[in-house]
Design a protein. Structure first.
Length: 515
């Protein structure tokens, strides 16, 4: 049954160029939405940049720029990189855009105030600029923010506060694993939030004085205040749908399954603050929160001072987009932290992409080509692709990226079996029918790889010469039941010409891949 699905990722701070953490999150989200589209669902995919706030204001000042100059310089870097990574997003929002974003934010603010959940008061607290929030002493390690390694500033201001305390029981009910409607994935990430909810929630600062912050959405009816990041940032998920404007597309929220893909550092705000805000404004709450971990480099947090920062463009220029997509999806279990190692990357590139996947395709097509390239597939086969498809679909249902591991495992099995049956020793008819089975097996592998490494999947399919190959990267392309059947493409009669999928690369650790 076709579903309407709306998926968002975090909108990113463009105070610097995008890093590997941004890349991982967007690829993870893209793999999910690609599978949904391939399954026949209607999908809307949202990305963007979080351009307002003190962090942007301070960074711009340090660079001798205005905040507008900084965001206009950096925001295009994010959108450009995501396009190069083949992230199939439908909408890219920028929160510094007063025409597309601010009307929704202002109206949400007015609704929260009208419902009695905003209150202006004087407050003294510890403010972490890196986190863009007030923190408590218990949140600190040796007096410093554990994420940004800096001591917060003591700030005394008169601000507007969102009365989150009043919503504690409602949020607990919403997140209840047995009866709640807002699911956190993986489940052990949900336990972290539920444990946090056992303590008393604090009301949230929702604005800053213009004496401190000038770059942001003005608070309606209060010229001395500017909206604080979370009201502004979180609302982007519905402002991109035109909420409260004449261009409203409510069907993508009210009539869709809503999934947020978020890093573990901001999961709490999406699990607690955001649904509380929506409830107070009389709006539907999301259906799912998928929480992922961080990407480290060589076992350490990426740092310019250490010199271990991995620049995404460096990886792309050396190995290509699909190699990066494959590595991150294969190596990082959803919800956990993962490590980027140039050595490991090179080893996987050779072992999996070149010598397993590329090798199998080349062996089959070269030998079939010598026999005329005709496909002669028998009805009965010992290859069990149906159980493979079932396991693959189950992995996606659980939001696991094991589908890419499964598909590559099939390629490994294919190579082993090729060596065992020795088709080069067979007589003509038997050799062609045997090689045809290997070609059909590769057709299924390519379909399974399509959400993960889309360009490579299409290249395989084009070399195999399957009828649907040219349409595979279109958003409307659907993997039909017939395509998942053994021998389902009866009009497929001949393979094409083999080409190298992944070339030899001189690896960063000084070892050249096998030829």
């Amino acid at each position: 049954m076709t579903k309407r699905r709306y998926l968002t990722t975090a909108i990113d701070f463009p105070n610097a160029a995008p890093h590997m953490g941004h890349v991982y999150e967007k690829i993870l989200a893209d793999v999910i939405v690609r599978w949904w589209r391939l399954s026949g669902d209607d999908v809307r995919f949202h990305l963007g940049t979080d351009e307002n706030g003190i962090k942007m204001q301070q960074t711009a000042k340090g660079l001798g720029l205005t905040p507008r100059e900084l965001v206009d310089q950096n925001a295009p870097l994010f959108e450009s990189l995501f396009r190069r990574l083949h992230i199939s997003f439908d909408y890219f929002i920028r929160t510094a855009d007063p025409s597309s974003h601010w009307p929704t934010v202002v109206e949400l603010w007015n609704r929260l105030k009208g419902a009695g959940f905003l209150e202006k008061r004087s407050y003294t607290g510890l403010y972490c600029t890196g986190c863009e929030r007030f923190v408590l002493p218990k949140d600190l390690v040796d007096g410093k923010c554990p994420d940004h390694k800096t001591a917060p500033q003591e700030v005394t201001e008169e601000n507007w506060f969102f009365l989150l305390r009043k919503k504690q029981k409602d949020v607990q009910k919403l997140l209840d694993p047995k009866s709640g409607s807002y699911t956190i994935v993986p489940s052990w990430r949900a336990n972290e939030t539920l444990t946090f909810l056992e303590g008393q929630l604090e009301d949230i600062s929702f604005s800053r004085s213009k004496d401190t912050l000038t770059w942001g959405v003005p608070v309606p009816g209060d010229d001395g205040q500017v909206m604080y990041v979370w009201c502004d940032n979180l609302t982007s998920y519905i402002s991109s749908l035109g909420f409260f404007t004449k261009d409203e597309q409510r069907e993508w929220w009210d009539g869709a399954e809503v999934t947020h893909v978020i890093g573990k550092d901001i999961a709490r705000f999406h699990a607690i603050n955001w649904p509380a805000m929506l409830q107070c404004a009389g709006l539907k709450t999301p259906d799912r929160l998928l929480v992922h971990g961080f990407i480290t480099s060589e076992g350490q947090k990426m740092s310019k001072s250490i010199g271990n920062v991995v620049v995404p463009d460096d990886v792309i220029s050396k190995y290509g987009v699909d190699a990066l997509r494959f590595f991150l999806m294969h190596e990082v279990p959803v919800g956990n932290d993962g490590d980027f190692s140039w050595k490991r990357f090179g080893e996987m590139y050779d072992a999996y992409l070149r010598n397993t996947l590329g090798n199998l395709l080349n062996r089959v097509l070269v030998m079939l080509g010598k026999s005329g390239g005709e496909i002669a597939l028998q009805k009965n086969s010992t290859w069990d692709v149906q159980s493979s498809w079932n396991s693959y679909a189950e992995a996606f249902e659980g939001f696991s990226m094991q589908g890419v591991v499964h598909a590559m495992g099939m390629a490994k099995i294919g190579n082993q079996r090729f060596n065992e049956v020795e088709p080069w020793k067979m007589k003509d008819d038997l050799r062609v029918s045997t090689l045809s089975e290997f070609a059909e097996y590769l057709r299924h592998i390519a379909l399974m790889l399509l959400p993960f490494i889309p360009e490579t999947a299409q290249k395989i399919s084009r070399q195999l010469n399957v009828p649907y190959a040219d349409a595979m990267l279109e958003k409307k392309f659907v993997i039909t039941k017939q395509m998942k059947e053994w021998g389902g493409m009866r009009e497929w009669t001949k393979v094409g010409t083999p080409e190298i999928l992944f070339p030899v690369v001189e690896h960063a650790h000084g070892q050249k891949g096998e030829k």
